[in-house]
Design a protein around this ligand. Structure first.
Ligand SMILES: Cc1ncc(COP(=O)(O)O)c(C=O)c1O
Length: 425
């Protein structure tokens, strides 16, 4: 193999692209989504078979079952998206008006709006400073006699501490719903993410680790919970009853067969992609750890593999001549690195600050005062972490290491960048 340090050293030395230099990467990283003739074949098969609806075909249901088995779980429900999977899980657990559900501050808004959707109060708690996942101590401190469950998010595929969470939920009689929207392919002590709680909720939206543009899968092992979730997702129908026998409240949250066809092909390709992303993430972590002021998101040793929805690292502007995070992100993007961005801490959203809950929580006001709520770790993380798109992890390792070269280059020239940009975003 080529000695990359010798070959690449000049690019690290070069003028940063944000100051007009050539970018570290001229070529783009692999595109996302990845697809080939297999998707085409399965889509055409669905088209020609004519069963375009879950009630007529079997692509979506078969995919959801296969995906559940991949994540070490028994049952899988093929639903519309990863917001509705959370909502169906909460509804199946009987969570509703007057109940509280604990949700971490760093996540996509859906982890909390799903709680609002069933008319329960999301109780926002802080996150662990290293993994960015729920701080289990903070979750325990937030438990009241109204608490019914925890939505634990595996942020960027890094597993929340499932040992502590399952213990806490067992001791306090709480439901555990794992929000695995980022965690396809995350395994904790030999078992898939999503198989530890009462439900595991996955999204197959465009940016996720496997995708049909939109889509979601809910996994569980309890038949009764499964049937209740499915009834909620299928207009309140009861298995074995007349089609128009609607026994309970429900809605239409069913995945289409088109999505099932595409996701079947995506799942076939997934294990090899997951391995490659993990190899890349470990190599990138080693390279970034050697740079002052950069700390990769903590990779717990109990985690056998990480889904890596994004590649996340902590950024300390002090080691970059005070270059603000947003300017650093811009400079890294200019070097040809595909950039995402951290979620804001949920307590900073107008939704919570202004209590814009629409028809939700009218009868029972939220039990948490969101306006005065502080989540110091989550708030700091939102302003000090860098999120890179997962597609770059599908490249050859040497190409992935361009991220570290670009970071180093920016660091060497940080004072000049600050000077040119007036020191502010
Ligand atoms: C953590 C988390 N939960 C839930 C969702 C909702 O998934 P969907 O977009 O499929 O509704 C997302 C999607 O971005 C997410 O990132």
């Amino acid at each position: 193999m080529t000695d990359v340090t010798d070959v690449r050293e000049p690019t690290v030395e070069g003028r940063p692209a944000v100051l007009g230099g050539d970018p570290v990467r001229a070529a783009d990283y692999p595109r996302w989504p990845v697809w080939d003739d297999r998707e085409r074949e399965l889509l055409l098969g669905t088209l020609e078979a004519g069963g375009w609806w879950q009630g007529d075909g079997h692509a979506a249901a078969d995919f959801a079952d296969a995906f559940a088995r991949y994540q070490s779980e028994e049952f899988g429900l093929a639903l519309t998206n990863g917001t509705h999977t959370l909502e169906a899980a909460l509804a199946a657990c009987g969570i509703g008006e007057g109940d509280e559900v604990i949700v971490p501050g760093i996540t996509f808004v859906a982890s909390a709006t799903a709680v609002l959707a069933v008319n329960a109060t999301p109780v926002l708690v802080d996150v662990d400073p290293e993994t960015l996942c729920i701080d289990v101590g903070a979750a325990e401190a937030a438990v009241t006699d109204r608490t019914r469950g925890i939505v634990a998010v595996h942020v960027a595929g890094a597993a929340a501490d499932l040992d502590l969470l399952t213990d806490l939920c067992a001791r306090r009689g709480l439901r555990l719903i794992e929000d695995c929207a980022h965690a396809h392919g995350t395994f904790w002590r030999g078992r898939g993410a999503g198989s530890w709680g009462d439900f595991g909720s996955f999204s197959m939206q465009r940016s996720k680790l496997m995708t049909a543009g939109e889509g979601g899968v809910l996994i569980c092992s309890d038949e009764e919970l499964r049937d209740r979730a499915w009834a909620y997702a299928d207009c309140g129908r009861v298995k074995g009853e007349w089609f128009y026998h609607h026994a309970t409240y429900g809605s239409n949250l069913r995945m289409t067969e088109w999505q099932g066809a595409v996701l079947t092909a995506q799942l076939e390709r997934f294990p090899a992609q997951n391995e490659r992303r993990n190899r890349s993430a470990v190599a990138l972590g080693d390279a970034l750890s050697a740079i002052e002021g950069v700390r990769p998101q903590f990779r717990d040793e109990r985690m056998d593999s990480q889904g890596n929805y994004c590649y996340v690292f902590h950024y300390d502007s002090d080691a970059f001549a005070g270059l603000p995070l947003r300017d650093f992100e811009r400079a890294l993007g200019a070097e040809g690195i595909p950039m995402g961005v951290s979620y804001p801490s949920l307590n900073h959203l107008a939704l919570f600050r202004e209590g814009n809950f629409g028809p939700r929580l009218r009868a029972s006001a939220p039990t948490q005062d969101y306006r005065s709520l502080r989540l110091p770790v989550a708030e700091h993380a939102a302003d000090s972490t860098v999120w890179l798109e997962h597609r770059l992890l599908l490249a050859e390792v040497d190409d992935v290491l361009d991220v570290a070269r670009a970071v180093e280059r920016i660091q060497r020239h940080a004072a000049t960048i600050v000077e040119h940009q007036g020191g502010g975003s």
